[in-house]
Ligand binder design. Sequence first.
Ligand code: SAH
Length: 344
Amino acid sequence: MQTDLKSMNIEEMTAFLGELGEPSFRGKQIFRWLHRGVTSFEEMSDLSKGLRERLSQSCFITAPTVERKQVSKLDGTIKYLWHLRDGNCVETVLMRYHHGNTVCISSQVGCRMGCAFCASTIGGKVRDLTPAEMLDQVLFTQIDSGFPISNIVLMGIGEPLDNMDTVLRFLELVNSPEGLNIGMRHISLSTCGLVEQIDKLAQLRLQLTLSVSLHAPDDETRSKLMPVNRSVGVEKLFACCKRYFETTGRRISYEYSMIDGVNDHDWQADLLVRHLKGTPGHVNLIPLNEVAESPFKPSRRIREFQQRLEEQGITVTVRRRLGGDIDASCGQLRRKRMEENKND
Ligand code: SAH
């Protein structure tokens, strides 16, 4: 078994190199190379030839290749389908905003959460990604596109808190001053609402933004849309969000994808307001992206719903639709490729 060097932090790398009889600065040296995106030990020009050879025998460097790349003509959004070492694929989206370039990255190959409107969960979870595979999405998107990345959102394929140890390691890596050095305040993590893991995350008091995918304020609708709700329920979820805010002092952002006739009624706006009272938070309304396999249609009441929330004192934003011409909502490109493979 070869060692996945890029998933290690500096301490582990230093210890690993120490076992090979190398001085302690080697760990940091190799960490820096890997986080610049080198794909072979050959490129590490300040290591001896002997060490480079030993490393290439015992270790591997992950380096996804571009399976598909789509560039939006409308707004410059770029969507990558990456081919991983084992042949699996994941998606990454690069979005270009005035305040900088944001990547939306995946945390798992597929997803086991089963949300009824989401393309990523069709076919279930294949496997968790490794820290290196998460980092690579940022690194190689930056290298391939030539655009420096300033912000990261964990809103791609997968449930980040269902792969929590990996995600925490990824955050440590991407945050490292010896690596990409992206500040926690420039990172958002989106979850379907796994309360135990949210409580654990709170204890770490990270400065990142937590987004909770709510999508409905009542148990009947939310359980229909999101199976995860059947065991937790909206009351418990909001109680957990309140604890998160009290522990971290960070406001939660609630994602709410607007679905025609399902979650866009006035009474649901009013119920949402009642839940949010006492827990400062902000609501992000998302126009539903139509998924071929799902019966749901985008809501035609986004403005009215927004207004109703705002009139009652809630801060609301409506997500701008980027990459509308390139299937930019996550999971769709991977789905398409799987379908094509089936027909081959
Ligand atoms: N598993 C995480 C992150 C992945 S998805 C989570 O559930 O939060 C990122 C966001 O996009 C989530 O809020 C998700 O519910 C939403 N989403 C998924 N499919 C969508 C679709 N077809 N249209 C609009 N939003 C969608």
